[in-house]
Write a protein that binds this ligand. Structure first.
Ligand code: ADP
Ligand code: MG
Length: 322
């Protein structure tokens, strides 16, 4: 069961507009899911302590409450050690909160007999350096691994693997090649396909572009964007790059020392929390700084651009080029 976010006090949406949408598509749930107004995952006061009660005790998450809505594209940022990887491993139940609650589609995942295996299929986690987990002799077999464990028919397994490989831009010529022959970016795309073949509703990626060259980064980010826009998959992207988050994410969650520090659109967070971000070693996209320098130098540009495209448009406007 999904809980409509529109019933929450902080989102204003009239009942009649909801009815209209319902009529048009005929299924209220489907419509709302497409519109991204249902909560997929809710964390309430989640804390995680590693090695509790030992001299190695470490509070990695400290009272985190947040909601992830269907259809969102979230950029999760924070300094190394801020708790990002720990947080995302709670989303599919891989790590269990020391205290607090987690709901998936309004169901308490810590209740007795909760189908945790199903949750792992619905919330797909792509780990950092996922290519280390490629192990089958060829790419196609590797991507089939996840759906095979779901005990699906051979046809279904293969059609899912094909679809997943297509979604990451790998055609049939790759199917029978060894994963070890591929470039870094290609390996990573195969690993992402392996998770996609499980048909997740939420795809969580831990630094999927780490260590790739600019072209490889861009390709992966574009593919992730199209999974979000075309297939409606909810995305949580852990990233070190403010540039990437500014360009791709619609919502940005900033973690610091195990807590959520800021949560808003990238433009809002960069505009209002610039100095706090710098204090925790994050800062704003480089292009934002460039625009501020231009303004300081007397060029009447509006500051606040967070992507190269926005800056280009603004500079062109000032110089009468568009
Ligand atoms: P991030 O992904 O933002 O770098 P992590 O979630 O990996 O942060 O780490 C948060 C904190 O938890 C850090 O202090 C880290 O040292 C600690 N930590 C992470 N994983 C473990 C683990 N398996 N055992 C003990 N401590 C851990
Ligand atoms: Mg990490």
């Amino acid at each position: 069961m999904h809980v409509p976010v529109s019933e929450r006090s902080d989102m204003k949406m009239s009942a009649c507009s909801r009815c209209r949408m319902t009529k048009r598509v005929g299924s209220r749930e489907k419509t709302a899911r497409q519109k991204g107004r249902y909560m997929a995952i809710r964390l309430e006061h989640v804390s995680h302590i590693y090695n509790e009660g030992t001299p190695m005790e470490r509070v990695a998450l400290n009272d985190v409450s947040l909601e992830i809505n269907d259809g969102e594209f979230i950029g999760l940022v924070g300094h190394t050690g801020s708790g990002k990887s720990t947080l995302i491993q709670h989303l599919d139940g891989l790590l269990r909160a020391t205290s607090g609650k987690i709901y998936y589609n309004d169901e308490d995942i810590y209740r007795e007999h909760y189908p945790m295996r199903e949750l792992r299929g619905k919330v797909g986690l792509v780990f950092q350096y996922p290519e280390h987990q490629l192990f089958e002799a060829d790419i196609f077999t590797d991507v089939c691994f996840g759906p095979k464990n779901l005990k699906l028919s051979k046809e279904e397994i293969e059609s899912r693997a094909k679809e997943a490989l297509e979604a990451v831009g790998m055609d049939e010529s790759y199917y029978r090649r060894s994963p070890f022959e591929l470039s870094g970016g290609q390996k990573r795309r195969v690993a992402i396909a392996g998770v996609l073949a499980m048909k997740p509703e939420v795809l969580v990626l831990d630094e999927p572009t780490a260590g790739l060259d600019p072209k490889g980064r861009e390709e992966i980010l574009q593919e992730i964007r199209s999974l979000n826009e075309e297939q409606g998959i909810t995305i949580v992207l852990v990233s070190h790059s403010m540039e990437d988050v500014a360009r791709y994410a619609k919502r940005m969650i900033v973690m610091n020392k195990g807590s959520v520090m800021f949560d808003g659109t990238p433009a809002e967070v960069f505009a209002h929390h610039r100095y706090e971000l710098e204090d925790i070693g994050l800062g704003v996209p480089q292009v934002t700084r460039v625009m501020e320098s231009l303004e300081k130098a007397g060029i009447p540009v509006k500051t606040g651009a967070i992507t190269l495209d926005e800056a280009e448009t603004e500079i062109a406007r000032v110089f009468g080029l568009n």
